[in-house]
Design a protein around this ligand. Structure first.
Ligand SMILES: [Cu+2]
Length: 322
Protein backbone atom coordinates (compact mmCIF):
# COMPACT_ATOMS: atom_id res chain seq x y z
CA UNK A 1 0.00 0.00 0.00
CA UNK A 2 1.32 3.47 -0.91
CA UNK A 3 1.25 5.92 1.91
CA UNK A 4 -0.04 9.46 1.07
CA UNK A 5 3.48 10.98 1.21
CA UNK A 6 4.91 8.47 -1.31
CA UNK A 7 1.92 9.04 -3.58
CA UNK A 8 2.66 12.76 -3.68
CA UNK A 9 6.32 12.03 -4.43
CA UNK A 10 5.52 9.68 -7.34
CA UNK A 11 3.11 12.23 -8.83
CA UNK A 12 5.86 14.87 -8.83
CA UNK A 13 8.36 12.48 -10.44
CA UNK A 14 5.91 11.65 -13.25
CA UNK A 15 5.11 15.32 -13.77
CA UNK A 16 8.83 16.09 -14.07
CA UNK A 17 9.38 13.25 -16.57
CA UNK A 18 6.47 14.44 -18.70
CA UNK A 19 7.90 17.96 -18.75
CA UNK A 20 11.30 16.81 -20.01
CA UNK A 21 11.73 16.87 -23.80
CA UNK A 22 11.43 13.41 -25.32
CA UNK A 23 14.80 12.18 -26.53
CA UNK A 24 14.51 12.75 -30.28
CA UNK A 25 16.04 10.84 -33.18
CA UNK A 26 19.42 11.93 -34.55
CA UNK A 27 19.32 12.36 -38.34
CA UNK A 28 22.25 12.92 -40.68
CA UNK A 29 22.57 14.70 -44.04
CA UNK A 30 25.36 16.13 -46.20
CA UNK A 31 26.12 19.61 -47.53
CA UNK A 32 27.89 19.75 -50.88
CA UNK A 33 30.02 17.22 -52.71
CA UNK A 34 32.98 17.60 -55.03
CA UNK A 35 35.13 15.79 -57.57
CA UNK A 36 38.61 14.72 -56.52
CA UNK A 37 40.24 17.73 -58.27
CA UNK A 38 37.58 20.02 -56.67
CA UNK A 39 36.63 21.34 -60.14
CA UNK A 40 33.10 19.96 -60.04
CA UNK A 41 31.07 21.21 -57.12
CA UNK A 42 27.62 19.93 -56.19
CA UNK A 43 25.98 22.97 -54.59
CA UNK A 44 23.33 20.87 -52.88
CA UNK A 45 21.78 19.62 -49.68
CA UNK A 46 22.04 15.86 -49.97
CA UNK A 47 19.21 14.93 -49.70
CA UNK A 48 17.25 18.19 -49.86
CA UNK A 49 13.93 16.95 -48.42
CA UNK A 50 13.70 15.18 -45.03
CA UNK A 51 10.74 14.20 -42.82
CA UNK A 52 11.34 14.15 -39.05
CA UNK A 53 9.49 14.45 -35.74
CA UNK A 54 9.29 17.40 -33.37
CA UNK A 55 12.20 17.03 -30.95
CA UNK A 56 14.46 15.40 -33.56
CA UNK A 57 17.88 16.68 -34.43
CA UNK A 58 19.59 16.87 -37.86
CA UNK A 59 23.37 17.06 -38.20
CA UNK A 60 24.68 18.29 -41.54
CA UNK A 61 28.23 17.30 -42.47
CA UNK A 62 30.00 19.52 -45.01
CA UNK A 63 31.79 17.67 -47.84
CA UNK A 64 33.15 20.41 -50.11
CA UNK A 65 35.92 23.02 -50.20
CA UNK A 66 33.50 25.54 -51.70
CA UNK A 67 31.83 27.30 -48.73
CA UNK A 68 28.18 26.68 -47.83
CA UNK A 69 25.80 27.50 -44.98
CA UNK A 70 22.89 25.60 -43.38
CA UNK A 71 20.32 28.36 -42.94
CA UNK A 72 16.69 28.59 -41.81
CA UNK A 73 15.33 32.09 -42.43
CA UNK A 74 11.97 33.09 -40.97
CA UNK A 75 8.88 33.32 -43.22
CA UNK A 76 9.15 36.47 -45.34
CA UNK A 77 12.64 37.38 -44.13
CA UNK A 78 14.64 39.23 -46.79
CA UNK A 79 17.58 37.07 -47.86
CA UNK A 80 20.75 38.65 -46.44
CA UNK A 81 24.22 38.61 -48.05
CA UNK A 82 26.08 35.60 -46.66
CA UNK A 83 28.76 37.51 -44.68
CA UNK A 84 25.89 39.15 -42.72
CA UNK A 85 24.24 35.90 -41.59
CA UNK A 86 20.87 36.09 -39.78
CA UNK A 87 22.40 38.70 -38.91
CA UNK A 88 25.08 36.83 -36.98
CA UNK A 89 25.71 33.09 -36.90
CA UNK A 90 24.51 30.30 -34.62
CA UNK A 91 26.60 27.66 -32.90
CA UNK A 92 26.04 24.01 -33.72
CA UNK A 93 23.28 22.61 -31.52
CA UNK A 94 20.95 25.54 -32.26
CA UNK A 95 17.17 25.15 -31.89
CA UNK A 96 14.74 26.17 -34.61
CA UNK A 97 10.96 26.60 -34.28
CA UNK A 98 10.32 28.92 -37.25
CA UNK A 99 10.26 32.14 -35.22
CA UNK A 100 13.97 33.09 -35.21
CA UNK A 101 16.51 32.71 -38.03
CA UNK A 102 19.23 30.11 -37.53
CA UNK A 103 22.35 29.85 -39.69
CA UNK A 104 25.71 28.12 -39.55
CA UNK A 105 28.76 30.15 -40.50
CA UNK A 106 30.19 29.40 -43.97
CA UNK A 107 31.69 25.92 -43.54
CA UNK A 108 33.88 23.57 -45.60
CA UNK A 109 34.93 19.91 -45.65
CA UNK A 110 35.01 18.25 -42.25
CA UNK A 111 32.85 20.76 -40.37
CA UNK A 112 29.32 20.00 -39.20
CA UNK A 113 26.23 21.79 -37.87
CA UNK A 114 23.32 20.40 -35.82
CA UNK A 115 19.82 21.83 -35.48
CA UNK A 116 17.15 20.70 -33.00
CA UNK A 117 13.59 21.16 -34.35
CA UNK A 118 11.25 22.12 -31.53
CA UNK A 119 8.03 22.89 -33.43
CA UNK A 120 6.01 21.21 -36.17
CA UNK A 121 6.05 22.86 -39.60
CA UNK A 122 7.48 22.72 -43.10
CA UNK A 123 10.68 24.72 -43.08
CA UNK A 124 12.75 25.90 -46.04
CA UNK A 125 16.47 25.19 -45.88
CA UNK A 126 18.81 27.49 -47.82
CA UNK A 127 22.51 28.15 -48.36
CA UNK A 128 23.22 31.87 -47.99
CA UNK A 129 26.17 31.60 -50.39
CA UNK A 130 24.36 29.84 -53.28
CA UNK A 131 20.87 30.86 -54.44
CA UNK A 132 19.85 27.65 -56.21
CA UNK A 133 20.77 25.42 -53.27
CA UNK A 134 17.62 24.84 -51.24
CA UNK A 135 15.66 22.16 -49.42
CA UNK A 136 12.71 21.50 -47.10
CA UNK A 137 12.55 19.93 -43.65
CA UNK A 138 9.09 18.57 -42.76
CA UNK A 139 8.77 18.51 -38.96
CA UNK A 140 5.78 16.35 -38.02
CA UNK A 141 4.04 15.73 -34.73
CA UNK A 142 5.55 12.78 -32.84
CA UNK A 143 2.39 10.70 -33.48
CA UNK A 144 2.77 10.94 -37.30
CA UNK A 145 4.38 8.15 -39.33
CA UNK A 146 7.63 9.07 -41.10
CA UNK A 147 7.97 8.01 -44.77
CA UNK A 148 11.72 7.21 -44.75
CA UNK A 149 14.52 6.03 -42.47
CA UNK A 150 18.14 7.12 -42.28
CA UNK A 151 19.41 4.45 -44.67
CA UNK A 152 16.97 5.70 -47.36
CA UNK A 153 18.39 9.22 -47.00
CA UNK A 154 22.00 7.94 -47.05
CA UNK A 155 21.37 6.09 -50.32
CA UNK A 156 19.50 9.04 -51.83
CA UNK A 157 22.33 11.42 -50.88
CA UNK A 158 24.96 9.15 -52.42
CA UNK A 159 22.92 8.72 -55.63
CA UNK A 160 22.28 12.46 -55.99
CA UNK A 161 25.94 13.36 -55.36
CA UNK A 162 27.04 10.79 -57.93
CA UNK A 163 24.59 12.09 -60.54
CA UNK A 164 25.59 15.72 -60.01
CA UNK A 165 29.33 15.00 -60.06
CA UNK A 166 29.36 12.65 -63.05
CA UNK A 167 26.57 13.97 -65.30
CA UNK A 168 28.27 14.46 -68.69
CA UNK A 169 25.65 16.77 -70.14
CA UNK A 170 26.80 19.93 -68.37
CA UNK A 171 29.75 19.92 -70.77
CA UNK A 172 27.67 19.69 -73.91
CA UNK A 173 26.03 22.73 -75.43
CA UNK A 174 26.68 25.97 -77.15
CA UNK A 175 29.99 26.78 -75.48
CA UNK A 176 31.66 24.58 -78.09
CA UNK A 177 30.25 26.89 -80.75
CA UNK A 178 31.53 30.14 -79.28
CA UNK A 179 33.97 32.31 -81.26
CA UNK A 180 37.64 31.28 -80.86
CA UNK A 181 38.65 34.16 -78.60
CA UNK A 182 35.76 33.83 -76.16
CA UNK A 183 36.40 31.76 -73.02
CA UNK A 184 33.65 30.26 -70.86
CA UNK A 185 34.49 31.10 -67.25
CA UNK A 186 32.55 28.18 -65.82
CA UNK A 187 29.49 26.19 -66.76
CA UNK A 188 26.76 24.65 -64.64
CA UNK A 189 23.27 23.25 -64.34
CA UNK A 190 20.36 23.52 -61.89
CA UNK A 191 18.40 20.36 -61.04
CA UNK A 192 14.98 20.56 -59.36
CA UNK A 193 13.43 18.21 -56.80
CA UNK A 194 10.15 18.73 -54.94
CA UNK A 195 12.26 20.02 -52.05
CA UNK A 196 14.09 22.68 -54.05
CA UNK A 197 17.12 23.17 -56.25
CA UNK A 198 20.51 21.49 -56.46
CA UNK A 199 23.22 22.95 -58.69
CA UNK A 200 26.34 21.49 -60.21
CA UNK A 201 29.04 23.98 -61.16
CA UNK A 202 32.28 23.41 -63.02
CA UNK A 203 34.75 25.77 -61.34
CA UNK A 204 37.12 25.91 -64.31
CA UNK A 205 37.96 28.17 -67.26
CA UNK A 206 36.89 25.90 -70.11
CA UNK A 207 39.88 26.96 -72.21
CA UNK A 208 42.57 27.20 -69.51
CA UNK A 209 45.20 28.35 -72.03
CA UNK A 210 44.54 30.50 -75.06
CA UNK A 211 47.04 31.72 -77.68
CA UNK A 212 46.43 35.13 -79.24
CA UNK A 213 48.48 37.90 -80.87
CA UNK A 214 49.43 41.33 -79.58
CA UNK A 215 46.56 43.71 -80.27
CA UNK A 216 43.93 40.95 -79.93
CA UNK A 217 40.98 41.15 -77.56
CA UNK A 218 39.97 38.12 -75.46
CA UNK A 219 36.44 37.84 -74.07
CA UNK A 220 35.10 35.85 -71.12
CA UNK A 221 31.49 34.99 -70.39
CA UNK A 222 29.90 32.60 -67.89
CA UNK A 223 27.64 29.66 -68.79
CA UNK A 224 26.82 28.83 -65.18
CA UNK A 225 23.19 29.71 -64.35
CA UNK A 226 23.94 30.92 -60.83
CA UNK A 227 27.61 30.87 -59.81
CA UNK A 228 29.56 34.09 -60.46
CA UNK A 229 33.22 34.02 -61.43
CA UNK A 230 35.91 36.67 -61.80
CA UNK A 231 38.78 37.14 -64.25
CA UNK A 232 41.65 38.50 -62.19
CA UNK A 233 45.13 39.38 -63.48
CA UNK A 234 47.85 40.44 -61.04
CA UNK A 235 46.98 41.07 -57.42
CA UNK A 236 43.67 39.94 -55.96
CA UNK A 237 41.56 42.90 -54.81
CA UNK A 238 41.28 43.40 -51.06
CA UNK A 239 37.72 43.38 -49.74
CA UNK A 240 34.54 42.91 -51.79
CA UNK A 241 35.34 40.95 -54.99
CA UNK A 242 32.02 41.92 -56.68
CA UNK A 243 32.96 45.28 -58.27
CA UNK A 244 35.59 45.60 -61.04
CA UNK A 245 38.94 47.35 -60.58
CA UNK A 246 39.13 51.06 -61.36
CA UNK A 247 40.98 50.56 -64.67
CA UNK A 248 37.97 48.76 -66.24
CA UNK A 249 35.64 50.61 -68.63
CA UNK A 250 32.23 49.71 -70.08
CA UNK A 251 31.68 49.03 -73.79
CA UNK A 252 28.50 50.16 -75.56
CA UNK A 253 26.95 46.67 -75.24
CA UNK A 254 27.46 46.64 -71.47
CA UNK A 255 30.54 44.38 -71.48
CA UNK A 256 33.42 45.45 -69.25
CA UNK A 257 36.76 46.12 -70.96
CA UNK A 258 40.36 46.60 -69.84
CA UNK A 259 43.79 46.78 -71.47
CA UNK A 260 46.83 44.83 -70.31
CA UNK A 261 50.31 45.75 -71.51
CA UNK A 262 52.46 44.26 -68.74
CA UNK A 263 52.46 41.32 -66.33
CA UNK A 264 52.48 43.82 -63.50
CA UNK A 265 49.08 45.22 -64.53
CA UNK A 266 46.36 44.47 -61.96
CA UNK A 267 42.99 43.94 -63.66
CA UNK A 268 39.92 42.52 -61.92
CA UNK A 269 36.62 41.94 -63.74
CA UNK A 270 34.38 41.82 -60.68
CA UNK A 271 31.54 39.28 -60.84
CA UNK A 272 30.78 37.97 -64.33
CA UNK A 273 27.49 36.07 -64.37
CA UNK A 274 24.80 35.00 -66.79
CA UNK A 275 21.91 37.51 -66.84
CA UNK A 276 19.61 36.57 -63.92
CA UNK A 277 16.17 34.99 -64.17
CA UNK A 278 13.02 36.89 -63.28
CA UNK A 279 11.18 35.90 -60.08
CA UNK A 280 7.47 36.55 -59.46
CA UNK A 281 7.00 39.14 -56.73
CA UNK A 282 10.45 40.70 -57.11
CA UNK A 283 11.41 43.78 -59.13
CA UNK A 284 12.88 42.99 -62.56
CA UNK A 285 16.55 42.20 -62.10
CA UNK A 286 19.01 44.20 -64.22
CA UNK A 287 20.98 42.37 -66.94
CA UNK A 288 24.16 42.75 -64.91
CA UNK A 289 27.71 42.18 -66.14
CA UNK A 290 27.72 39.17 -68.42
CA UNK A 291 30.92 39.70 -70.45
CA UNK A 292 34.48 40.82 -69.80
CA UNK A 293 37.05 41.81 -72.43
CA UNK A 294 40.78 42.41 -72.29
CA UNK A 295 42.91 43.81 -75.10
CA UNK A 296 46.52 42.60 -74.86
CA UNK A 297 48.98 45.05 -76.40
CA UNK A 298 52.29 43.25 -75.79
CA UNK A 299 53.64 39.70 -76.23
CA UNK A 300 54.04 37.65 -73.07
CA UNK A 301 52.46 35.03 -70.83
CA UNK A 302 49.68 36.35 -68.60
CA UNK A 303 48.39 34.07 -65.81
CA UNK A 304 45.02 34.79 -64.19
CA UNK A 305 42.63 33.35 -61.63
CA UNK A 306 39.02 33.43 -60.54
CA UNK A 307 39.33 35.28 -57.23
CA UNK A 308 36.40 33.26 -55.81
CA UNK A 309 37.50 29.77 -56.84
CA UNK A 310 41.30 29.78 -57.31
CA UNK A 311 41.53 27.61 -54.17
CA UNK A 312 39.52 25.00 -56.10
CA UNK A 313 41.99 25.21 -59.01
CA UNK A 314 40.22 27.81 -61.20
CA UNK A 315 43.19 29.34 -63.02
CA UNK A 316 44.16 30.09 -66.61
CA UNK A 317 46.65 31.90 -68.78
CA UNK A 318 46.73 33.91 -71.97
CA UNK A 319 49.78 33.47 -74.18
CA UNK A 320 50.22 36.57 -76.34
CA UNK A 321 52.44 36.09 -79.38
CA UNK A 322 53.99 39.09 -81.17
CU1 LIG B 1 35.04 31.13 -60.07
Amino acid sequence: MIRPRSHWFITVVFALLAALPALGTEWHAAVGAQSQNKGRQALAFLPNEIWIHVGDNITWTFNADDIHTVTFLTDGQVRPPFPVGCPGFSSSGASFDGSTCVTSPPFVTGQSFSVLFTAAGNFKLVCLVHEDMTGVIHVLDTSAALPHDQSFYDQQAAREAHTLLTSPDIFTGHHHDRPPQVIAAGIGKIVATAGGHQTVSLMRFLEPELLVHAGDTVEWDNDDPITPHTITFGEEPQGDPAPPSGNVTTDADGALHATISSRSDNVHSGFIISAPQERIGLPQAPVGTTRFRITFTKAGVYPYICALHDDLGMKGRIVVLP
